[in-house]
Design a binder for this molecule. Structure first.
Ligand SMILES: C[S@@+](CC[C@H](N)C(=O)[O-])C[C@H]1O[C@@H](n2cnc3c(N)ncnc32)[C@H](O)[C@@H]1O
Length: 398
């Protein structure tokens, strides 16, 4: 009956939940079932961005979908774990099973547990729906009670939200508790932890590789690769989705380094790069600067300047057209002289409120412009920029 209700709900047009509920009830589905099917179909539609075609047959809870790893990110992690020789992995806090599914597809046997019975049941249903049940055991169970002597790898993605759904930033509020999570590597050397992007580098287990992952420019997670899995002290991994409508897999590039090197400092160049958030969070700005032969214009600001254009996937490139006055009146005069009406404002190292500045400038011209509020050689500066298209893209994303 649930399967029929899901099919009927999926066939209805999006956008009018009341009409959809009436249509399902008119088709003979009880109100509770109709409501559950509509919620599930809405979650499946939302889940397409994370899971692509799999979303159509998967099951979700709202919280489980929000916390789930995106399919391609989970697949890459699973492939790396399999390539390192792992064969049996414990997924401790498996949620709706995004990582569990990826591990099973990479050829690993998985023991997945979640403390929430509803969430574990959802993971179980997903494993079944995707034909992976032979390689996966899902249990509703506290991660801390799982014996680890039968696995050669552990993955733990602790909950980083309160029961009310608010994000928690202090790892000591993670569940399972942080001491248990960081202690896993001492029990099973091939341990991978998924952590919030804001994790303090000092909290990573000693010797672990810290990886920061972005998808289309948004930093989505950090991971600690422990023991023999650590291949470099720090890594930035960037996923770039294929153009809308294309079924191609995302492209992935990765930058590694030690995370402690200082980038060279010089002066403003003809081109300025805004490094991807994964590069900045992984403290790899110096390594990135080396790839484009660039330098900082201020030791504390992560904009990288170069005399010539060098294509790179690791940051957005802008041509530096001019340096504008910092004082409001003179800045307004300069922008009005350029007939600027719409302004994109980048900011690094400036305390100015972007929206307040935009309002105070009162621009009404006919042209678009980009400025960066930043610092150059220790002093506040405003740079007038023009976006250089990403390599392989005709039109830049702003
Ligand atoms: C961030 S989610 C995991 C998401 C999962 N990796 C995915 O991609 O679908 C964390 C999960 O840990 C579970 N959890 C929290 N504390 C736990 C504990 N002590 N034992 C087992 N599971 C726990 C939560 O119920 C939640 O589903």
């Amino acid at each position: 009956m649930l399967e029929q209700a899901l099919q009927a709900a999926a066939a209805l047009p999006e956008g009018d939940p009341l009409a959809a509920a009436s249509a399902l009830r008119a088709a003979g589905f009880p109100p509770d079932l109709a409501a559950a099917a509509l919620t599930q179909v809405a979650l499946r539609r939302k889940a397409v961005t994370k899971f692509g075609a799999d979303a159509a047959v998967m099951h979700f809870t709202r919280a489980g979908l929000e916390q789930a790893t995106r399919g391609p990110v989970a697949a890459r992690r699973a492939a790396r774990l399999a390539a390192a020789g792992a064969t049996r992995v414990a997924d401790l806090g498996c949620g709706i099973g995004a990582d569990t599914i990826a591990f099973a597809r990479a050829g690993l046997r998985v023991h997945a547990v979640d403390a929430s019975p509803e969430t574990a049941a959802t993971a179980s249903a997903n494993v079944l729906a995707l034909g992976l049940a032979a390689d996966v055991l899902v249990e509703a169970r506290d991660a801390m009670s799982v014996p680890l002597d039968e696995v050669d790898a552990v993955f733990c993605d602790p909950a980083r939200r309160t029961t009310g759904g608010r994000r928690v930033f202090d790892p000591r509020s993670y569940s399972p508790p942080w001491d248990f999570v960081v202690g896993l590597a001492a029990r099973v050397p091939m341990t991978v932890l998924k952590l919030a992007p804001g994790i303090d580098h000092a909290l990573l287990p000693p010797g672990a590789e810290g990886e920061w992952v972005s998808v289309d420019g948004d930093v989505v997670e950090a991971a600690a690769w422990c023991g023999p899995l650590a291949a470099a002290p720090r890594r930035a991994t960037l996923f770039q989705s294929a153009p809308t409508g294309s079924a191609a897999a995302p492209s992935v590039v990765s930058l590694t380094g030690n995370g402690i090197t200082a980038a060279p400092v010089g002066h403003i160049g003809n081109f300025m790069y805004d490094p991807d958030g994964a590069v900045v969070r992984s403290h790899l700005v110096a390594e990135f600067a080396e790839t484009v032969d660039g330098m900082l214009a201020d030791p504390t600001i992560a904009y990288v300047h170069t005399p010539t254009y060098v294509p790179t996937p690791f940051g957005r490139c802008y041509e530096v057209l001019d340096q504008l006055p910092i004082a409001l009146k003179r800045l307004r005069t300069a922008l009005r002289a350029l007939d600027v009406g719409s302004l994109t404002i980048l900011k690094r190292g400036s305390a100015l409120d972007v929206e307040e500045l935009r309002r105070s400038l009162r621009l009404s011209g006919s042209r678009a412009a980009i400025i960066a509020l930043t610092r150059v050689a220790g002093a506040p500066a405003v740079l007038l920029l023009s976006r250089v298209p990403d390599p392989g893209n005709a039109a830049p994303s702003q």
